[in-house]
Structure formats: C-alpha cells, structure tokens
Design a protein around this ligand. Structure first.
Ligand code: ATP
Ligand code: MG
Length: 236
C-alpha cells in the first residue's frame, strides 16, 4: 500500500505552564491517505485547530511524531521545514488574512515569493490560479474591494498556487452565507476529485463533514471512535 501522506503517532500538545498549563492533545493516532477528503469535527476547544496546526507543520508537538510522506517532520528545521510546508500544503484559514491594501494578484503570489519563484513565473502562475477560481478579471483590484465569497476564493487561489498535495481548511465556509459557502465547498471538492489534492477540513457544519470521505471526531484532546460518535447521535 502507498505511504500515507500524513501519519500521526501518539501526538501530544501541552500549552502554557503552571496554573495555565493545558493538555490540548493527549495522544492522537491516525493516518491520512493521499487523495482522500477528511473532516475533523468536535466541540469548541476539543483540539481541532491544534491538531491541524501540528499536521501542517505550523507548530511542533510536545511529544509524538508527524510524518509527511513517510518523513518524520521532527527532523526538519529552518529552510528545509519551510520548504516542505510551502511545497506540500496550501492553507485556507480565516486567520491567514488577505492583505487588504495589496492587489488580489499580489496576495495570491505571496507563497511563490516566499518560495523564491521569479517574477514572471509568479505572475503566470498567480493568474492561472485566479483563472481557475474565475477571478482573473479581479487580479488588479484591491483585496479589500471584493465580496466575502470572492475573498474566500482568493484565499483558495493562494492555497493552490504552489500545486500543494494537501489543502488544510479551518471552517472554510464559516463566515459565508449558505449559497456562497456552497460555491466554496464545491470548489474544494472539485480540486480533490479532479486534481487528487487531499483535503483536511475542520468544520462545525455537519453537511460539509458528511461530504468528506471520512470524519474524525475529537473530544477533549482525543479521537473518539466512529462507533461512539454514532451512539452519541442515537442518544441525542
Ligand atoms: N496558545 C495557547 N495557549 C494556551 N491554551 C491554548 C492555546 N491554544 C489553544 N489552547 C487551548 O487548547 C484547547 C484546544 O484549542 P483548539 O484551538 O485546538 O480548539 P478547537 O477544537 O479548534 O476549537 P474551536 O472549534 O473553538 O475552534 C482549548 O482549550 C484552548 O483554550
Ligand atoms: Mg479551531
């Protein structure tokens, strides 16, 4: 069987120390196969964003390992870590805002700039990503002038511009009305289906979670078995 794109083994994350010490992850184990779509669900504070940040190599675990395509991410540092993150992942996070005064194109090509891609190539790839999201006509507009749904599509274009193997999305439709949210959802699943990009989505939206191939349910820093999840639903 192919090596999973992501494997986590006994993942622990503790924040703070002393009175504010908090065990946000208490030993999480699972794998993500390349090309699948996975929803991470669970109550507020259960550790979903913490887990996502560790998977995406944006933060380090207190204990345990994250493997990316078989490679222990704990052995990656500095430039190599940045390059692995930048080449493998795209991010659709609400806290990774667009720079409002910059143009749409400037926002989209930011990951390419970080990766050291030359100017002409950046522009070509940025416009191609925008065209994919049907936003090439807005390339020169200020990001602040776009509608909410258009901004979210720009964020997806930026997540795509590096040809990532995995897109991480934390509440990708959270701030959007349902019709606009549905458009953004369809785009993500189309990328999954047609380009084989692995999707990892944190969501409170049950319908969105149900569209994913698989769901993992978090409770108090641990994964709950799918069976428990069903039992909870029956009891509710
Ligand atoms: N930097 C931090 N310092 C201290 N505690 C933190 C920190 N970040 C998160 N936590 C705590 O860890 C727990 C898990 O937080 P996390 O953000 O992963 O939850 P979540 O499942 O994403 O919740 P939500 O659905 O509200 O986004 C929470 O109790 C939170 O208060
Ligand atoms: Mg969160």
């Amino acid at each position: 069987m192919a090596t999973p794109i992501l494997q986590v083994d006994e993942l622990h994350k503790t924040y703070g120390r002393g009175a504010t010490r908090f065990d946000a992850l208490k030993g999480v184990n699972f794998e993500v196969r390349e090309g699948e779509s996975l929803a991470i669900v669970g109550k507020s504070g259960s550790g979903k964003s913490t887990l996502m940040h560790l998977l995406a190599l944006l933060d380090r675990p207190s204990a345990g390992t994250v493997r990316v395509a078989g490679r222990d991410a704990g052995t990656l540092h500095g430039r190599e870590l940045n390059r692995t993150r930048n080449r493998t992942f795209g991010f659709v996070f609400q806290q990774f805002f667009l720079t409002p005064g910059a143009t749409v194109l400037e926002n989209v090509i930011l990951p390419l700039k970080i990766a050291g891609v030359g100017r002409a190539e950046r522009k070509r790839r940025g416009l191609a990503a925008l065209a994919q999201l049907e936003l090439d006509d807005k390339a020169r507009n200020k990001s602040s002038d776009l509608s909410g749904g258009q901004k979210q599509r720009v964020i997806i274009a930026r997540a795509l511009v590096n040809n990532p193997r995995v897109i991480f999305a934390d509440e990708p439709t959270g701030n959007l009305d349902s019709a606009t949210g549905a458009v953004v959802e369809d785009i993500l699943f189309e990328l999954n289906r047609e380009q084989g990009i692995t999707l990892i989505i944190v969501t409170h939206d049950e319908e969105l979670a149900a569209r994913c191939d698989r769901r993992i349910h978090m409770r108090d820093g641990l994964l709950v078995e799918e069976r428990d999840e069903l039992r909870e639903e029956v009891a509710a």
